[in-house]
Design a protein around this ligand. Structure first.
Ligand SMILES: Cc1ncc(COP(=O)(O)O)c(C=O)c1O
Length: 277
């Protein structure tokens, strides 16, 4: 998101600007501080109170540990709410996410559901009401088991392994790196040369080595760009990172030995033509 353009679009009907800390597609952090500063000016000029919600699905459990100086959270006055996925870099098994509000007043009480049939007042703000608490306990366990230092070590390790992959891919000379060094520990990359093969073929071939590396096109206005993405998590070791780079190199050499897409299409057309005669 371009902060200038986003704030330009804010009008009297805007509830909030939603910024992303860790793009799903390339892991990039949006500039929440800049959005905050521009909104500060605009709110002062207009008397509006347009706030910011930060979708920190991945970045919420990364930025405080790897980039403590980065201001993206409640240090910025217009950030009123933040969501973060527990099952991403919160290191819990799937099915848990968190949302926190700056103050109690920032979550309007008429959105909160109160029940008392279990013997005491229970305020709840959920979409699916009853749900097991095991994931909450798992999140709590991970936080107290690792502590700040432990979680920081894990995030640093993820980041170092992402750099091993990034540098390994750069060394092959075959790829453009589309992700940034500051962001989610992931590597998004695309082929420099598309004349013979594309990213979908690289992804298919990698499956033969047991790797599932998705290839996808970027959203509107950048849909001509296809990327492959490797997300580094806690259990992805240095050995695996080095192995992946070797396997990608092998795949590229195997693709070199295969006929290009265009040749395959031409051959298929000739076969169909001959069969029809
Ligand atoms: C930026 C962003 N927001 C939200 C989500 C959804 O998160 P969850 O799986 O916790 O619902 C994702 C998932 O990839 C994401 O990348």
């Amino acid at each position: 998101m371009d902060p200038e353009q986003a704030v330009e679009m804010v009008d009297e009907n805007t509830i909030c600007v939603a910024a992303i800390l860790g793009s799903t597609l390339n892991g990039e952090f949006e500039d929440v501080k800049r959005i905050n500063d521009l909104l500060e000016e605009k709110n002062k000029e207009t008397g509006w109170e347009t706030a910011i919600h930060v979708d920190a699905a991945s970045g919420g459990f990364i930025a405080p540990f790897l980039y403590p100086e980065l201001e993206w959270d409640f240090r910025l006055p217009w950030v009123k709410s933040i969501n973060v996925s527990g099952h991403k870099y919160g290191l819990v098994y799937p099915g848990i996410g968190w949302c926190v509000w700056r103050t109690k007043e920032d979550l309007p009480d008429d959105l909160v559901f109160h029940i008392n049939y279990l013997g005491t007042d229970q305020p709840t703000f959920t979409l699916n009401f009853s749900k097991g608490s095991s994931q909450v306990i798992a999140q709590y366990y991970q936080l107290i088991r690792h502590g700040f230092e432990g979680h920081k070590n894990i995030m640093e390790n993820c980041q170092e392994n992402a750099m091993v992959i990034k540098e390994g891919l750069e060394k092959t000379g075959r790829f453009n790196i589309v992700s940034k060094d500051q962001g989610v520990p992931l590597v998004a990359f695309s082929l420099k040369d598309h004349t013979r093969h594309d990213e979908f073929e690289v992804s298919d071939m990698l499956r033969r080595f047991g790797w599932i590396v998705p290839a996808y096109t970027m959203p509107a206005d950048a849909q001509h760009v296809t990327v492959l993405r490797v997300v580094i998590r806690e259990e992805f070791s240095r050995t695996l990172a080095e192995r992946l780079v070797l396997d990608i190199d092998t795949v590229m050499n195997q693709l070199d030995a295969l006929p290009s897409n265009d040749v395959c299409i031409c051959m298929a057309v000739i076969v169909v033509f001959l069969l029809k005669r």
